[in-house]
Design a protein around this ligand. Sequence first.
Ligand code: ASP
Length: 308
Amino acid sequence: MKMLLANAEAWPGFDTTVDLLKQGGAGIDAMVSGIARVEREAKVRSVGYGGWPNMLGEMEFDAGVMDGTTRDVGAVGAVPATLPVSALAHEVMKHLPHVMLTGAGARRFASERGFALDEVLHPDSKRVWWERLQKEMSPEQLAAFPDIALAPLSNAITDPERVRDTTVFLGRDGGDNLGVVTSTSGWAWKYPGRLGDSPIPGAGFYADSRYGAAACTHTGEMTMRCGTSRSIVLALRLGHSLADAVELAVQELSELKTGFLAGVVIHAMDAKGNHQVVNYRCDDEIRYWYWDERMAAPELRVATAIQP
Ligand code: ASP
């Protein structure tokens, strides 16, 4: 059964992917095409052009692609001046013997593959960044910026005022191939060079067409410590139901007691056609898009909320 699951931010590209799946397109190609629209949409304020810069006011994008049939992966992290980076991650998967490129090397490869050098800092994101950062700095720090230690400004990084989010697409095509694609600008005002979970296979995403697929949003610092997406797919392989596999992953997250702890949203599907989206300790209501070939149109649904 053809299926597509994505988070609420996916709205600019969800229908594109559904249409391509309906026409018989390969799942990964269909999802990369849809997610590119999300990355270019300035109204999506957490991904691509509408996202938030790092502490220096520079955009650094992360993305990942996984083919659940071959378990091929392509990922890019902290990529400057490039859109759409999910397509760049797909190029890594197709044209290099590597799984992941970061920073300047990823940008170099982007040029080799014909990606333009894009202007990726939205003027409003630049304004909000500078207003927020000024609040953290003393007059001396302000005068010397950016040649100052940035770590003391990390209150700005963990400020919940700016939503964290990624866009994640999990799909199954007509050949029963499962796949996942992710893309994000990461946390607002992150330390330069920080990678979240979105480009990390096993943490932010994982797919195995025989068992299932999973992808996470929000606090990558937690899912990287737990290997959350891989945990879910491994639990499915070991014979657990989808509900039990997700519950196990939530249990592992809840066992973390140190470090930066906040909300995580888990999106998961199994190879039998079930899906589940769980909001673990996010305060806001979390919604997601779902479509399968039995449905006339995609639906925006509410994730199951779980508090610690
Ligand atoms: N999980 C992403 C990260 O840690 C951000 C997010 O989804 O909000 O970068």
